[in-house]
Design a protein around this ligand. Sequence first.
Ligand SMILES: [Zn+2]
Ligand SMILES: [Zn+2]
Length: 328
Amino acid sequence: MAKKKSETPESSEAIAKSNYVRCRFCGQKNAVKDGFVNGQAVCGRCKLPLSNEPHKKFADLNKHDYVHPADSKALAALKAIPGVDSALKKFLAVTFESAMRVNFMASAVKITPIQYPDLHAKLQIACTTLGVDMPDFFLQQNPIVNAFTFGSERHVIVLHSSLIERLTDEEILAVIAHEVGHIHAQHVLYLTAARILELLMQVGLNMIPGGEIAKFILNTTVSSALLAWARRAELSCDRAALLVVQDPHVVGRVMMKLAGGSFASKLDYDQFLEQGREFKKLCDENQLDNFWANIINAGQTHPFPIWRVSEIIDWYESGEYGQIIKNK
Ligand SMILES: [Zn+2]
Ligand SMILES: [Zn+2]
């Protein structure tokens, strides 16, 4: 007798019978108890919730499939400045790039398949989903909730410990995927230069080595184009995070916790979304331009979370996300 379709090994009925579920994110085969229910058990390797839903890995994702138009526009303006790429490379060579690397080697824990294996598995999931080579990965004890990527030659992602302590495993995957998005979208040279520039602005511009190169970078046209772009680049990487976690509300909840902390019993996600919609209504195009300027003047490295959540939900609802999932 021919096998019925519902008896293929991947069907939920067959999985329930054989008492294992293959993790949709990392591929690990997990033994589960009878009566396994979606979302109630986690993978032994990556710690993400087990489910019979599919997880899409992109064979051929192009950054132009998802980058935010504000990012493309600001990057084109930056790149239009003659000689900017080679000047930024020289700037990184004479400033801290290599020192930053040594610093993390010395002061943070390197994440490997043995050291924090579930974080390593999450990095691997983000890299295989977007199609990016694995960067170096560090966890650093730090009370400021943050994660960042640097390294124009060899890419490095650093997570702060407070971030890991406050977020769920799916939310941590979203943060890692956002950082891998910076690599996929080829942001890292500019992003590293922007972060070093901000750092140097805090310690005093006269500390900047490099003579003519420093003068070129500090020329207001270059530095303001660089800083203006860096904020907008964040919106593209929130989209990359969504392409990896494949649930807009996981990204939304990360934003909520970034804005309000993680006192979970007092946080209402629907109210937060409502706040995002209200914020968008208040901002017409002109106000938005002022707002970008305010962000930079206020020394913020990222756009406000309330803005980011409304951007990501809008993108999801626009159908663009769905098209990429379907076609790529
Ligand atoms: Zn897994
Ligand atoms: Zn970022």
